[in-house]
Design a protein around this ligand. Structure first.
Ligand SMILES: C[S@@+](CC[C@H](N)C(=O)[O-])C[C@H]1O[C@@H](n2cnc3c(N)ncnc32)[C@H](O)[C@@H]1O
Length: 240
């Protein structure tokens, strides 16, 4: 097996010796994601540091950023639950420089990566460690103008069938529990309390989860949005 020419070119660009290149090629062929080997992933116009502590941000999550940004005009408080590398929090902080943006994650390792990216790109973001809303300061209750999240949504039984390179990413970033819907259920249970009166939210979902997630958020007049391939990938909604 050999690497595609464009991947080989990218690895050659970051290796100083042939031995190092050989090791990188072997690692890539064994399933290590190219972005972990390079240590960066593009998100919009930015290059984010990534390593095995975080999910590699995906192109469809850039669409979530677009979808979410169109929901609000001048938000004062924005929350990115399950921030990983910090991609969404950073993109939203750049889009709405007047807003206070909070990025949260249960994984201290992931937050270290988010903090590193934020320090370079959006130093005003407040990074908070904890389990979903428990990470947020109490003063935000009833005042979140925009909440976004790309949470873990793979069901436990689906994990083994994921491609090898995806399984190199943190399991905590992928698997939510037996059904895949557990984190949405928990967000739905608390969202009303945290959103401002006209607060909005936008969530990334797995392409077969639209009906189930819409049902969970039915009190928020939810709508589904598609990715460029026409797949149901986002659910948006509003408090009123
Ligand atoms: C699918 S990744 C998304 C990362 C990033 N938002 C992105 O789109 O690239 C999900 C993230 O949720 C975090 N996570 C998992 N369970 C969580 C929980 N209960 N509370 C907060 N974060 C959680 C994981 O550590 C991981 O960083």
């Amino acid at each position: 097996m050999s690497l595609p020419a464009h991947e080989l070119r990218r690895l050659r660009a970051i290796c100083e010796t042939d031995d190092e290149l050989d090791r990188m090629v072997a690692s890539r062929l064994s399933g290590e994601p190219l972005q972990y080997l390079e240590g960066t992933a593009a998100f919009g116009p930015w290059d984010l540091h990534v390593d095995r502590r975080v999910l590699i941000p995906r192109p469809e999550t850039e669409l979530l950023w677009e979808v979410a940004s169109a929901l609000v005009e001048s938000p004062k408080a924005i929350v990115d639950l399950c921030t990983g590398s910090g991609a969404l929090a950073i993109a939203l902080a750049k889009t709405f420089p007047q807003a206070q943006v909070f990025g949260t994650d249960l994984s201290g390792d992931a937050l270290e990566v988010a903090r590193r990216n934020g320090a370079l790109l959006a130093p005003k973001i407040e990074w908070r460690s904890g389990d979903l809303f428990a990470a947020l300061p109490g003063r935000l209750v009833g005042s979140v103008d925009l909440l976004v999240s790309n949470p873990p949504y793979v069901a436990e039984h689906e994990y083994g069938a994921l491609p090898e390179d995806v399984r190199r990413e943190p399991k905590l970033a992928l698997v939510s529990g037996p059904t895949g819907l557990e984190v949405y259920e928990r967000i739905a249970a608390e969202l009303e309390r945290w959103l401002a009166a006209a607060g909005r939210f936008a969530l990334e979902i797995g392409e077969t989860q639209a009906n189930a997630v819409m049902h969970l958020f039915e009190e928020f007049s939810p709508k589904v949005r598609q990715d460029h391939a026409g797949r149901d990938r986002f659910v948006i909604g509003a408090k009123s």
